[in-house]
Design a protein around this ligand. Structure first.
Ligand code: ZN
Length: 311
């Protein structure tokens, strides 16, 4: 049984990269902790947002491309991204979203926490969740939102599943989560970490969506180190999952697989992290490229759209 780990990062698909940056960094106040390219398509940005050091559990990232078609939430995929705010910051955020003309669903209680639901400019469903674990003071790197109210990192992911039990079994037997409780058609799974520790499964919501901008691309779970990752890998292989090779993705080592319902999952190491090629103070300021793409930097930069920094 692997150690409890939690979510390392969530990656979603976005359209215009400037619009994405303006929303997540400019409006929501997350720190852009890495500006790089999609390693499989270096003509497009991969933007990573997080807390001050970009630590695992705080990371929400986007493959951005103005060419990509509109997607819709589907069964067998992540359908909402949860972000942790302090429990005392719910009123601040409803006022703040109103002031900035962002439509939202009035706060409601789910699993004992207050949830504010809204969508990003591409239609991705987001939830700000008042989380006691987010009450402790933490460097957020936020600029536009007062530090006391800033988003602390991920709360978790909601997955829509035709057969939630099979996915639940994966979470509890291979990924270090515990089944906690159920409300209506939702089942809550929790790992013992403060950020990115929740997975909620919706039982058979009969969605008929499709991939594209505004949808979750994959969810990465944390491995403490290479040995921990290897034990998770052996466990999954033993159950019969098909896994990609473990590859060096510069900021972490990871492999991918599909959970029983179809969603793409990843298992990523905590190290070396986003400070491997930039100082903490200047994370995200310049275009970062892994060594294999560095020699093509001039060509890559020439093909990328301009991205104006916020503030
Ligand atoms: Zn990933």
């Amino acid at each position: 049984m692997p150690n409890p780990t939690g979510i390392h990062h969530i990656t979603a698909v976005a359209g215009n990269p400037q619009q994405n940056l303006d929303f997540y960094s400019g409006l929501l106040g997350l720190r852009l902790v890495k500006k790089t390219v999609n390693f499989d398509d270096p003509s497009t940005y991969h933007l990573f947002y997080g807390n001050a050091e970009g630590r695992p559990g705080s990371i929400l990232s986007f493959f951005t491309s103005s060419q990509v078609a509109q997607g819709e939430p589907d069964t067998g995929s992540g359908v909402a991204v949860g972000l942790s705010i302090p429990t005392t910051s719910v009123d601040f955020w409803t006022d703040y979203l109103s002031t900035h003309n962002v439509d939202f669903v009035d706060p409601f209680e789910r699993f004992g926490k207050l949830v504010i639901g809204f969508q990003d400019p591409d239609g991705l469903y987001l939830e700000l969740i008042g989380n006691p674990a987010a009450n402790k003071k933490e460097e957020t790197g936020s600029s536009s939102v007062p530090a006391e109210h800033a988003i602390r990192g991920l709360h978790g992911i909601t997955l829509a599943e035709e057969n939630y039990q099979a996915t639940g079994q994966l979470l509890t037997e291979s990924l270090g989560f515990k089944e906690v409780t159920q409300e209506h058609d939702r089942i809550l799974y929790q790992s013992n970490t403060d950020l990115g520790g929740s997975v909620e499964l919706i039982d058979n919501p009969k969605l008929d969506g499709k991939p594209g901008k505004g949808t979750v691309h994959h969810i990465a779970f944390r491995a403490n180190d290479k040995n921990d990752q290897q034990s998770i890998r052996q466990n999954l292989l033993g159950i019969g999952y098909h896994l990609t090779e473990t590859e060096d993705r510069y900021y972490f080592k990871s492999f991918f697989f599909h959970e029983p319902g179809g969603a793409l999952l990843e298992v990523a190491t905590n190290s070396p992290g986003f400070t491997v090629d930039e100082h903490t103070d200047t994370l995200g300021e310049d275009l970062s490229l892994p060594p294999k793409l560095e020699r093509k930097r001039a060509l890559i930069e020439a093909n990328l759209p301009n991205l104006a920094p916020v503030n």
